[in-house]
Design a protein around this ligand. Structure first.
Ligand code: NAD
Length: 356
């Protein structure tokens, strides 16, 4: 089993180092190879996703990714910006299914801005389609371009589109995920206004007939956004398109209080995947040794479960994370009175110790 390790920028290097520490003590036979990505790759090779990094990612069974980006790259041409590396990896690896679990750990109930009774025991899974929708529609642009710039634009446009196969494959992913959970799928759309999402709703309904053991319901995205803060535990698996998924998965993430706790997985049709924390490179705290590495460690657990067929090792890591939280260890982002404040490396060491 080969894992491509792409730490990236900012806190990426610090948090990935802790996840690698955890992977190393599992006693499994991994080959791990590290490469530059994002701003670090741009500095060294002039491109955020150099050919060698892409080749490594393609050859690996899974990619463990930290985060990329820094404000200092904001003036670069868009194709050279660090974040383009993620889009390049998604596109080249065909990563169409994004899994964003939002789990509220009992020990962190108070970190949420919602009332404890609303989120205690929360465990939902947002599945976002990642390669279609308005983000990839054609045509797109602005009217009245002058020299590639748009000073006096009067209009801009992006086209929303989905094809039947794109909807079918993400629907199958959602129904199969639900079969392993509480057998409920909510498909989120805007079928009342958008033709693309009436089509989405029709195709998801058709696919649903192949899964008679899973209950399917449909919800408009505006209502879903409200229900997520009103009664989030009503949901189990939520499946939606790229743009609605982008927004709702961040909303769901924040229900749990800390972005530093939330893993994610992006998979292709052969279960090759890219695993990364839901947060960014946090330039404001980079280099201080205070970033929370748990989202990355939990992403490594998802990697073991989905791409490397090691579900027991994934269970062990997740139990170890709960163990360190129960011991009262907290990085600054999840700290509350009465707990013990620890840094990035101390948190990683504590997970390693709990595993042992
Ligand atoms: P961010 O997620 O990096 O940070 C938002 C806030 O959360 C910051 O205050 C940060 O300190 C805090 N935070 C994030 N992760 C944390 C952790 N593990 N532990 C403790 N605190 C944590 O989002 P941002 O500030 O909007 O973006 C910073 C850079 O990251 C930008 O260049 C952006 O483009 C990039 N970004 C990258 C990814 C990615 O690599 N997938 C995702 C989002 C943003």
């Amino acid at each position: 089993m080969k894992i491509a390790i792409l730490p990236g920028d900012g806190i990426g290097t610090e948090i990935v180092a802790e996840a690698v520490k955890v992977l190393k003590v599992l006693g499994l036979n991994f080959e791990m190879e590290t490469a530059l990505v994002g701003g670090a790759a741009y500095e060294a090779h002039g491109h955020p996703l150099p050919d060698a990094t892409l080749k490594l990612a393609k050859e690996a069974d899974a990619v463990l990714f930290g985060a990329v980006g820094d404000w200092k790259y904001d003036t670069l041409d868009r194709p050279l910006r660090p974040e383009q590396a993620i889009l390049g990896l998604r596109k080249n690896l065909g990563l169409f299914a994004n899994f964003r679990p939002a789990i509220c750990y009992e020990q962190l109930v108070d970190a949420s801005s919602l009332k404890p009774e609303l989120i205690a025991g929360l465990d939902i899974l947002i599945i976002r389609e990642l390669t279609g929708d308005i983000y990839f529609g054609q045509p797109r642009g602005r009217r009245t371009a002058v020299d590639g710039h748009f000073p006096g634009s009067e209009e801009a446009f992006d086209t929303m589109r989905y094809s039947r196969p794109e909807i079918e494959r993400i629907a199958h992913v959602a129904f199969q995920a639900a079969q392993k959970r509480s057998k409920r799928v909510t498909s989120v759309d805007k079928a009342n206004v958008l033709e693309t999402f009436q089509f989405w709703k029709d195709v998801v309904t058709e696919v649903g007939t192949q899964y008679p053991d899973v209950a399917l319901d449909h919800m408009y995205v505006d209502n879903a956004a409200m229900q997520l803060v009103k009664a989030p535990k009503k949901f189990d698996v939520v499946v939606t398109g790229n743009m609605f998924g982008d927004i709702l998965s961040d909303e769901a993430a924040m229900l749990t209080g800390s972005i530093g706790m939330l893993p994610s997985a992006s998979l292709n049709s052969s279960n090759q995947g890219l695993y990364e924390p839901s947060h960014g490179s946090a330039p404001d705290i980079a280099g201080k040794g205070i970033a929370n590495p748990l989202a990355t460690i939990l992403s490594a657990a998802m990697m073991l479960r989905f791409s490397l067929n090691q579900p027991q090792a994934a269970d062990r890591i997740e139990a170890a994370v709960k163990g360190v939280l129960s011991q009262g260890l907290r990085t600054t982002d999840i700290y509350s009175a009465g707990c013990t404040r620890v840094g990035t490396a101390q948190m990683g060491d504590a997970v390693v110790k709990a595993l042992a």
